[in-house]
Design a protein around this ligand. Structure first.
Ligand code: HEM
Length: 412
Protein backbone atom coordinates (compact mmCIF):
# COMPACT_ATOMS: atom_id res chain seq x y z
CA UNK A 1 0.00 0.00 0.00
CA UNK A 2 1.39 3.45 -0.90
CA UNK A 3 2.32 5.59 2.06
CA UNK A 4 0.65 8.96 2.65
CA UNK A 5 3.46 11.39 3.45
CA UNK A 6 1.96 14.33 5.28
CA UNK A 7 -1.26 16.22 5.57
CA UNK A 8 -2.63 18.63 3.01
CA UNK A 9 -4.82 21.41 4.40
CA UNK A 10 -7.32 21.05 1.54
CA UNK A 11 -7.82 17.33 2.09
CA UNK A 12 -7.37 14.45 4.42
CA UNK A 13 -5.90 12.03 1.93
CA UNK A 14 -6.38 8.33 1.86
CA UNK A 15 -3.83 5.90 0.48
CA UNK A 16 -3.50 5.88 -3.30
CA UNK A 17 -5.59 2.72 -3.56
CA UNK A 18 -8.42 4.54 -1.81
CA UNK A 19 -8.46 7.57 -4.11
CA UNK A 20 -11.61 7.96 -6.23
CA UNK A 21 -11.54 6.24 -9.63
CA UNK A 22 -13.11 8.45 -12.31
CA UNK A 23 -14.64 6.86 -15.38
CA UNK A 24 -14.03 8.23 -18.88
CA UNK A 25 -17.81 8.38 -19.41
CA UNK A 26 -18.38 10.57 -16.31
CA UNK A 27 -15.45 12.79 -17.20
CA UNK A 28 -16.67 13.20 -20.78
CA UNK A 29 -20.20 14.02 -19.62
CA UNK A 30 -19.08 16.96 -17.44
CA UNK A 31 -15.29 17.39 -17.39
CA UNK A 32 -15.23 20.83 -15.73
CA UNK A 33 -17.75 19.76 -13.07
CA UNK A 34 -15.82 16.58 -12.27
CA UNK A 35 -12.48 18.38 -12.10
CA UNK A 36 -13.98 21.10 -9.88
CA UNK A 37 -15.45 18.56 -7.49
CA UNK A 38 -12.32 16.44 -7.08
CA UNK A 39 -9.68 19.18 -7.38
CA UNK A 40 -10.91 20.75 -4.16
CA UNK A 41 -10.30 17.55 -2.21
CA UNK A 42 -7.51 15.67 -3.98
CA UNK A 43 -4.29 16.70 -5.79
CA UNK A 44 -4.79 13.69 -8.04
CA UNK A 45 -7.34 10.95 -8.65
CA UNK A 46 -7.28 7.64 -10.48
CA UNK A 47 -8.50 7.20 -14.04
CA UNK A 48 -10.32 4.00 -14.93
CA UNK A 49 -7.74 3.22 -17.62
CA UNK A 50 -5.16 2.77 -14.87
CA UNK A 51 -3.38 6.13 -14.86
CA UNK A 52 -3.54 9.06 -12.44
CA UNK A 53 -5.04 12.48 -13.22
CA UNK A 54 -3.17 15.41 -11.64
CA UNK A 55 -5.58 18.30 -11.13
CA UNK A 56 -4.01 21.43 -9.62
CA UNK A 57 -2.23 24.28 -11.41
CA UNK A 58 0.86 24.53 -9.18
CA UNK A 59 1.44 20.75 -9.17
CA UNK A 60 1.23 20.56 -12.97
CA UNK A 61 3.68 23.46 -13.43
CA UNK A 62 6.11 21.75 -11.08
CA UNK A 63 5.70 18.22 -12.44
CA UNK A 64 6.04 19.45 -16.03
CA UNK A 65 9.71 20.21 -15.29
CA UNK A 66 10.36 17.34 -12.88
CA UNK A 67 13.01 14.97 -14.24
CA UNK A 68 11.48 12.12 -12.23
CA UNK A 69 8.61 11.93 -14.69
CA UNK A 70 9.33 11.06 -18.30
CA UNK A 71 7.68 11.38 -21.71
CA UNK A 72 5.85 8.22 -22.69
CA UNK A 73 8.02 7.11 -25.69
CA UNK A 74 6.08 4.32 -27.46
CA UNK A 75 3.56 3.59 -24.68
CA UNK A 76 0.62 5.13 -26.60
CA UNK A 77 0.87 3.02 -29.80
CA UNK A 78 1.66 -0.06 -27.74
CA UNK A 79 -1.51 0.49 -25.69
CA UNK A 80 -3.41 0.14 -28.98
CA UNK A 81 -1.39 -2.93 -30.09
CA UNK A 82 0.61 -0.90 -32.67
CA UNK A 83 4.23 -2.06 -32.47
CA UNK A 84 5.53 -1.22 -35.97
CA UNK A 85 4.71 0.89 -39.02
CA UNK A 86 4.51 4.61 -39.67
CA UNK A 87 2.30 5.42 -36.65
CA UNK A 88 4.71 3.58 -34.39
CA UNK A 89 7.67 5.42 -35.96
CA UNK A 90 5.99 8.76 -35.31
CA UNK A 91 6.27 8.02 -31.58
CA UNK A 92 9.60 6.17 -31.73
CA UNK A 93 11.43 8.88 -33.72
CA UNK A 94 9.61 12.13 -32.83
CA UNK A 95 10.54 14.73 -30.21
CA UNK A 96 7.16 14.77 -28.41
CA UNK A 97 7.57 11.39 -26.78
CA UNK A 98 11.39 11.39 -26.40
CA UNK A 99 13.40 12.00 -23.25
CA UNK A 100 16.62 13.69 -22.13
CA UNK A 101 19.45 14.04 -24.64
CA UNK A 102 17.46 12.35 -27.42
CA UNK A 103 14.67 14.90 -26.98
CA UNK A 104 17.11 17.84 -26.99
CA UNK A 105 18.83 16.54 -30.11
CA UNK A 106 15.53 16.25 -31.98
CA UNK A 107 14.13 19.61 -30.82
CA UNK A 108 17.19 21.86 -31.04
CA UNK A 109 17.32 22.36 -34.86
CA UNK A 110 13.90 24.06 -34.55
CA UNK A 111 14.54 26.41 -31.68
CA UNK A 112 15.74 29.41 -33.68
CA UNK A 113 13.27 29.08 -36.56
CA UNK A 114 10.35 28.84 -34.11
CA UNK A 115 11.45 31.75 -31.93
CA UNK A 116 8.74 34.39 -31.51
CA UNK A 117 10.59 37.04 -33.56
CA UNK A 118 11.02 34.74 -36.57
CA UNK A 119 7.43 33.63 -36.46
CA UNK A 120 6.22 37.24 -36.14
CA UNK A 121 7.25 37.77 -39.79
CA UNK A 122 4.46 35.36 -40.79
CA UNK A 123 1.73 37.54 -39.24
CA UNK A 124 0.73 39.53 -42.36
CA UNK A 125 0.73 36.36 -44.43
CA UNK A 126 -1.53 34.54 -41.92
CA UNK A 127 -3.88 37.54 -41.86
CA UNK A 128 -4.13 37.41 -45.68
CA UNK A 129 -4.81 33.66 -45.65
CA UNK A 130 -7.60 34.23 -43.09
CA UNK A 131 -9.11 37.00 -45.21
CA UNK A 132 -9.00 34.87 -48.35
CA UNK A 133 -10.78 32.01 -46.60
CA UNK A 134 -13.50 34.40 -45.39
CA UNK A 135 -13.96 35.83 -48.89
CA UNK A 136 -14.34 32.30 -50.31
CA UNK A 137 -17.73 31.97 -48.54
CA UNK A 138 -18.66 35.52 -47.50
CA UNK A 139 -21.28 35.95 -50.26
CA UNK A 140 -23.21 32.87 -48.97
CA UNK A 141 -24.27 34.71 -45.78
CA UNK A 142 -23.72 31.62 -43.66
CA UNK A 143 -21.13 28.87 -43.30
CA UNK A 144 -20.15 25.68 -41.50
CA UNK A 145 -17.14 27.24 -39.83
CA UNK A 146 -15.17 24.14 -38.73
CA UNK A 147 -14.72 22.64 -42.20
CA UNK A 148 -14.59 25.85 -44.24
CA UNK A 149 -12.27 27.89 -42.04
CA UNK A 150 -10.86 26.34 -38.85
CA UNK A 151 -9.69 23.09 -40.46
CA UNK A 152 -8.21 24.94 -43.45
CA UNK A 153 -6.12 27.69 -41.89
CA UNK A 154 -3.66 25.63 -39.76
CA UNK A 155 -3.00 23.18 -42.63
CA UNK A 156 -2.46 26.08 -45.05
CA UNK A 157 -0.11 27.83 -42.63
CA UNK A 158 2.04 24.73 -42.11
CA UNK A 159 1.88 23.93 -45.82
CA UNK A 160 3.13 27.44 -46.60
CA UNK A 161 5.80 27.21 -43.90
CA UNK A 162 7.13 24.05 -45.58
CA UNK A 163 6.74 25.58 -49.05
CA UNK A 164 4.20 22.99 -50.25
CA UNK A 165 2.33 23.75 -53.49
CA UNK A 166 -1.11 25.21 -52.74
CA UNK A 167 -2.67 22.54 -55.01
CA UNK A 168 -1.45 19.82 -52.61
CA UNK A 169 -3.07 21.40 -49.54
CA UNK A 170 -6.53 19.72 -49.72
CA UNK A 171 -5.13 16.16 -49.93
CA UNK A 172 -2.39 17.04 -47.43
CA UNK A 173 -5.06 18.32 -45.00
CA UNK A 174 -7.04 15.06 -45.28
CA UNK A 175 -3.94 12.98 -44.52
CA UNK A 176 -3.05 15.11 -41.52
CA UNK A 177 -6.50 14.78 -39.93
CA UNK A 178 -6.54 11.01 -40.54
CA UNK A 179 -3.20 10.70 -38.71
CA UNK A 180 -4.29 13.00 -35.90
CA UNK A 181 -7.20 10.67 -35.10
CA UNK A 182 -4.64 8.20 -33.75
CA UNK A 183 -3.41 10.73 -31.18
CA UNK A 184 -6.83 10.83 -29.56
CA UNK A 185 -7.52 8.38 -26.75
CA UNK A 186 -10.98 7.87 -28.26
CA UNK A 187 -9.85 6.25 -31.54
CA UNK A 188 -11.64 2.95 -32.23
CA UNK A 189 -9.56 -0.14 -33.15
CA UNK A 190 -11.16 -0.42 -36.60
CA UNK A 191 -10.13 3.19 -37.41
CA UNK A 192 -6.41 2.47 -36.86
CA UNK A 193 -5.65 0.90 -40.29
CA UNK A 194 -6.93 4.02 -42.07
CA UNK A 195 -4.79 6.20 -39.80
CA UNK A 196 -1.75 3.98 -40.51
CA UNK A 197 -2.18 4.26 -44.29
CA UNK A 198 -2.52 8.05 -43.99
CA UNK A 199 0.65 8.20 -41.87
CA UNK A 200 2.57 6.15 -44.46
CA UNK A 201 1.41 8.53 -47.19
CA UNK A 202 2.26 11.60 -45.12
CA UNK A 203 5.73 10.18 -44.39
CA UNK A 204 6.30 9.52 -48.13
CA UNK A 205 5.09 13.01 -49.01
CA UNK A 206 7.38 14.66 -46.43
CA UNK A 207 10.31 12.49 -47.57
CA UNK A 208 9.84 13.62 -51.17
CA UNK A 209 9.49 17.27 -50.14
CA UNK A 210 12.77 17.00 -48.19
CA UNK A 211 14.54 15.42 -51.18
CA UNK A 212 13.26 18.19 -53.48
CA UNK A 213 14.39 20.89 -51.06
CA UNK A 214 17.85 19.35 -50.66
CA UNK A 215 18.24 19.39 -54.44
CA UNK A 216 17.02 23.01 -54.68
CA UNK A 217 17.33 24.86 -51.34
CA UNK A 218 15.24 28.01 -50.86
CA UNK A 219 15.32 30.89 -48.40
CA UNK A 220 12.69 29.23 -46.21
CA UNK A 221 11.97 27.42 -42.98
CA UNK A 222 12.48 23.87 -44.31
CA UNK A 223 15.83 24.66 -45.95
CA UNK A 224 16.93 26.34 -42.70
CA UNK A 225 15.95 23.27 -40.65
CA UNK A 226 17.64 20.83 -43.08
CA UNK A 227 20.79 22.98 -43.12
CA UNK A 228 20.98 22.93 -39.31
CA UNK A 229 20.14 19.25 -38.98
CA UNK A 230 22.71 18.27 -41.63
CA UNK A 231 25.41 20.54 -40.15
CA UNK A 232 24.91 19.06 -36.67
CA UNK A 233 24.82 15.56 -38.19
CA UNK A 234 22.96 14.25 -35.16
CA UNK A 235 19.63 13.18 -36.68
CA UNK A 236 19.06 10.00 -38.68
CA UNK A 237 17.18 10.32 -41.99
CA UNK A 238 14.10 8.83 -40.30
CA UNK A 239 14.35 11.32 -37.42
CA UNK A 240 14.54 14.23 -39.87
CA UNK A 241 11.37 13.03 -41.60
CA UNK A 242 9.45 12.41 -38.40
CA UNK A 243 10.32 15.76 -36.78
CA UNK A 244 8.60 17.40 -39.76
CA UNK A 245 5.66 14.95 -39.64
CA UNK A 246 5.29 15.68 -35.93
CA UNK A 247 5.35 19.41 -36.52
CA UNK A 248 2.58 19.04 -39.09
CA UNK A 249 0.48 16.79 -36.87
CA UNK A 250 1.12 18.83 -33.67
CA UNK A 251 0.16 22.10 -35.29
CA UNK A 252 -3.07 21.22 -37.06
CA UNK A 253 -5.92 19.73 -35.02
CA UNK A 254 -4.81 21.58 -31.87
CA UNK A 255 -5.15 24.92 -33.63
CA UNK A 256 -8.35 23.95 -35.50
CA UNK A 257 -10.20 23.27 -32.24
CA UNK A 258 -8.82 26.44 -30.63
CA UNK A 259 -9.93 28.63 -33.57
CA UNK A 260 -13.46 27.25 -33.29
CA UNK A 261 -13.73 27.56 -29.53
CA UNK A 262 -12.53 31.14 -29.31
CA UNK A 263 -15.09 32.32 -31.84
CA UNK A 264 -17.88 30.27 -30.23
CA UNK A 265 -17.08 31.58 -26.74
CA UNK A 266 -16.98 35.18 -27.91
CA UNK A 267 -20.29 34.88 -29.78
CA UNK A 268 -21.80 33.25 -26.69
CA UNK A 269 -20.66 36.30 -24.68
CA UNK A 270 -21.93 38.93 -27.10
CA UNK A 271 -20.75 41.97 -25.15
CA UNK A 272 -17.17 40.64 -25.29
CA UNK A 273 -17.43 39.89 -29.04
CA UNK A 274 -18.63 43.43 -29.68
CA UNK A 275 -15.82 44.82 -27.53
CA UNK A 276 -13.25 42.87 -29.61
CA UNK A 277 -14.81 44.22 -32.83
CA UNK A 278 -14.58 47.79 -31.50
CA UNK A 279 -11.12 47.44 -29.98
CA UNK A 280 -8.67 44.94 -31.57
CA UNK A 281 -6.19 45.53 -28.73
CA UNK A 282 -8.41 43.14 -26.73
CA UNK A 283 -7.61 40.26 -29.12
CA UNK A 284 -4.52 38.77 -27.37
CA UNK A 285 -6.48 38.70 -24.08
CA UNK A 286 -9.44 37.06 -25.82
CA UNK A 287 -7.17 34.37 -27.30
CA UNK A 288 -5.57 33.63 -23.92
CA UNK A 289 -8.93 33.51 -22.15
CA UNK A 290 -10.48 31.13 -24.69
CA UNK A 291 -7.42 28.86 -24.39
CA UNK A 292 -7.92 28.87 -20.62
CA UNK A 293 -11.70 28.45 -20.58
CA UNK A 294 -12.03 25.66 -23.18
CA UNK A 295 -8.51 24.52 -24.14
CA UNK A 296 -8.09 22.46 -27.31
CA UNK A 297 -5.55 20.22 -25.60
CA UNK A 298 -6.80 18.96 -22.24
CA UNK A 299 -3.70 17.27 -20.84
CA UNK A 300 -0.26 15.88 -21.46
CA UNK A 301 0.98 12.46 -20.46
CA UNK A 302 4.03 11.27 -18.57
CA UNK A 303 5.31 8.17 -16.79
CA UNK A 304 6.69 8.30 -13.22
CA UNK A 305 10.24 6.93 -12.90
CA UNK A 306 9.97 6.78 -9.09
CA UNK A 307 7.52 7.56 -6.27
CA UNK A 308 6.76 11.31 -6.27
CA UNK A 309 5.02 13.23 -3.51
CA UNK A 310 2.25 15.51 -4.75
CA UNK A 311 0.07 17.54 -2.41
CA UNK A 312 0.55 15.14 0.48
CA UNK A 313 0.07 11.86 -1.36
CA UNK A 314 2.45 9.69 -3.36
CA UNK A 315 2.21 9.10 -7.09
CA UNK A 316 3.61 5.58 -7.40
CA UNK A 317 6.57 4.75 -9.66
CA UNK A 318 6.12 3.44 -13.23
CA UNK A 319 2.58 4.76 -13.59
CA UNK A 320 0.96 6.70 -16.40
CA UNK A 321 0.21 10.26 -15.26
CA UNK A 322 -2.24 12.55 -17.05
CA UNK A 323 -1.37 16.16 -16.20
CA UNK A 324 -4.72 17.87 -16.63
CA UNK A 325 -4.00 21.34 -17.95
CA UNK A 326 -7.76 21.61 -18.50
CA UNK A 327 -8.33 21.27 -14.76
CA UNK A 328 -5.36 23.55 -13.97
CA UNK A 329 -6.86 26.31 -16.10
CA UNK A 330 -9.95 26.44 -13.85
CA UNK A 331 -8.11 26.02 -10.54
CA UNK A 332 -9.57 28.31 -7.85
CA UNK A 333 -6.08 28.43 -6.33
CA UNK A 334 -4.70 30.10 -9.47
CA UNK A 335 -7.55 32.25 -10.89
CA UNK A 336 -10.21 34.60 -9.55
CA UNK A 337 -13.71 33.39 -10.55
CA UNK A 338 -12.25 30.62 -12.77
CA UNK A 339 -15.62 29.59 -14.22
CA UNK A 340 -16.29 33.08 -15.62
CA UNK A 341 -15.22 33.77 -19.22
CA UNK A 342 -13.58 37.21 -19.10
CA UNK A 343 -11.25 38.43 -21.86
CA UNK A 344 -10.15 41.32 -19.65
CA UNK A 345 -8.92 39.16 -16.77
CA UNK A 346 -5.61 40.25 -15.31
CA UNK A 347 -4.59 37.01 -13.61
CA UNK A 348 -3.47 35.01 -16.67
CA UNK A 349 -0.06 33.46 -15.96
CA UNK A 350 2.73 34.36 -18.39
CA UNK A 351 2.87 30.70 -19.44
CA UNK A 352 -0.59 29.41 -20.33
CA UNK A 353 -1.12 25.83 -19.06
CA UNK A 354 -2.72 24.87 -22.39
CA UNK A 355 0.70 24.84 -24.08
CA UNK A 356 2.16 22.38 -21.57
CA UNK A 357 5.15 22.81 -19.26
CA UNK A 358 8.85 22.03 -19.05
CA UNK A 359 11.15 20.74 -21.79
CA UNK A 360 8.29 19.67 -24.08
CA UNK A 361 6.34 22.93 -23.80
CA UNK A 362 4.76 23.58 -27.18
CA UNK A 363 7.35 24.59 -29.77
CA UNK A 364 4.60 26.09 -31.95
CA UNK A 365 3.07 28.37 -29.31
CA UNK A 366 4.10 31.64 -31.00
CA UNK A 367 2.77 30.40 -34.33
CA UNK A 368 -0.49 29.15 -32.79
CA UNK A 369 -1.08 32.45 -31.01
CA UNK A 370 -0.58 34.39 -34.24
CA UNK A 371 -3.00 32.11 -36.10
CA UNK A 372 -5.57 32.57 -33.35
CA UNK A 373 -5.08 36.33 -33.17
CA UNK A 374 -5.06 37.00 -36.91
CA UNK A 375 -8.03 34.75 -37.68
CA UNK A 376 -10.02 36.52 -34.97
CA UNK A 377 -8.92 39.96 -36.18
CA UNK A 378 -9.95 39.11 -39.75
CA UNK A 379 -13.38 37.82 -38.67
CA UNK A 380 -14.07 40.75 -36.34
CA UNK A 381 -13.11 43.30 -38.99
CA UNK A 382 -15.07 41.70 -41.86
CA UNK A 383 -18.21 40.31 -40.15
CA UNK A 384 -18.91 42.06 -36.82
CA UNK A 385 -22.61 41.18 -37.22
CA UNK A 386 -21.78 37.41 -36.94
CA UNK A 387 -24.37 35.20 -35.26
CA UNK A 388 -23.86 31.75 -33.76
CA UNK A 389 -26.57 29.47 -35.22
CA UNK A 390 -25.22 26.13 -34.03
CA UNK A 391 -22.67 26.00 -31.22
CA UNK A 392 -19.90 23.37 -31.42
CA UNK A 393 -20.25 20.46 -29.00
CA UNK A 394 -16.73 20.16 -27.62
CA UNK A 395 -15.93 16.76 -26.11
CA UNK A 396 -13.01 15.10 -24.39
CA UNK A 397 -11.16 15.45 -21.10
CA UNK A 398 -7.64 14.37 -22.10
CA UNK A 399 -5.34 14.84 -25.09
CA UNK A 400 -6.66 16.80 -28.08
CA UNK A 401 -10.37 17.52 -27.66
CA UNK A 402 -12.95 16.84 -30.38
CA UNK A 403 -15.67 18.81 -32.09
CA UNK A 404 -17.61 18.41 -35.32
CA UNK A 405 -19.55 21.37 -36.60
CA UNK A 406 -20.41 24.99 -35.88
CA UNK A 407 -22.73 27.10 -38.00
CA UNK A 408 -22.52 30.89 -38.19
CA UNK A 409 -24.43 33.42 -40.30
CA UNK A 410 -24.45 37.16 -41.00
CA UNK A 411 -27.50 37.87 -43.18
CA UNK A 412 -29.36 40.99 -42.01
C1 HEM B 1 -3.67 26.03 -29.95
C2 HEM B 1 -2.74 25.31 -30.48
C3 HEM B 1 -1.80 24.39 -29.75
C4 HEM B 1 -1.89 23.81 -28.52
C5 HEM B 1 -3.01 23.96 -27.50
C6 HEM B 1 -0.69 23.02 -28.33
C7 HEM B 1 -0.41 22.30 -27.18
C8 HEM B 1 0.76 21.61 -26.97
C9 HEM B 1 1.11 20.95 -25.74
C10 HEM B 1 0.25 20.87 -24.48
C11 HEM B 1 2.34 20.39 -25.91
C12 HEM B 1 3.15 19.60 -24.88
C13 HEM B 1 2.85 18.13 -24.99
C14 HEM B 1 3.63 17.32 -23.99
O1 HEM B 1 4.37 17.86 -23.16
O2 HEM B 1 3.48 16.08 -24.00
C15 HEM B 1 2.76 20.67 -27.27
C16 HEM B 1 3.95 20.23 -27.84
C17 HEM B 1 4.26 20.39 -29.17
N1 HEM B 1 3.60 21.19 -30.08
FE1 HEM B 1 1.90 22.25 -29.74
N2 HEM B 1 0.08 23.10 -29.46
C18 HEM B 1 -0.54 23.95 -30.35
C19 HEM B 1 -0.06 24.34 -31.58
C20 HEM B 1 1.09 23.89 -32.17
C21 HEM B 1 1.62 24.32 -33.45
C22 HEM B 1 0.99 25.41 -34.32
C23 HEM B 1 2.73 23.56 -33.70
C24 HEM B 1 3.69 23.57 -34.86
C25 HEM B 1 3.53 24.10 -36.01
C26 HEM B 1 2.91 22.68 -32.58
C27 HEM B 1 3.92 21.73 -32.47
C28 HEM B 1 4.23 21.07 -31.30
C29 HEM B 1 5.36 20.15 -31.18
C30 HEM B 1 6.32 19.73 -32.29
C31 HEM B 1 5.37 19.74 -29.84
C32 HEM B 1 6.38 18.80 -29.20
C33 HEM B 1 7.43 19.63 -28.48
C34 HEM B 1 8.43 18.78 -27.71
O3 HEM B 1 8.16 17.62 -27.46
O4 HEM B 1 9.50 19.31 -27.37
N3 HEM B 1 1.91 22.92 -31.66
N4 HEM B 1 1.79 21.43 -27.89
Amino acid sequence: MAEVVGADDRAALAAVEDLPVLSAADLDADPHGMFRKYRAAYPFVRHETGGYLVLRHADIERLGSDVRIAASETAHPELFGVTEGALFDLFAHGMLTANGAVHRRRRSPFSRSFAARMIADLRPHIRRSSEQLIESWYADGQVEFVGRFAAQLPAQVIGDLLGLPRADIPSFTELVYAVTRFLSASILPDEIPESEVACQQLRAYVEKTIEDRRRAPRDDFLSDFLGKADAAGELSPLEIIFQIVQLIVGGTDTTRVAIVMQLALLLQHREQWEAVCRDPSLIPGAVAEAMRFEPSVASFIRVTAEDIEVGGAVLPARQLVILSTMSAARDEGAYERPDVFDIRRIDQPRLLPAFGAGAHRCIGEALARIELEESLAALAARIPQLRLDEAPAIKGHSGIRRLDTMRISWRP
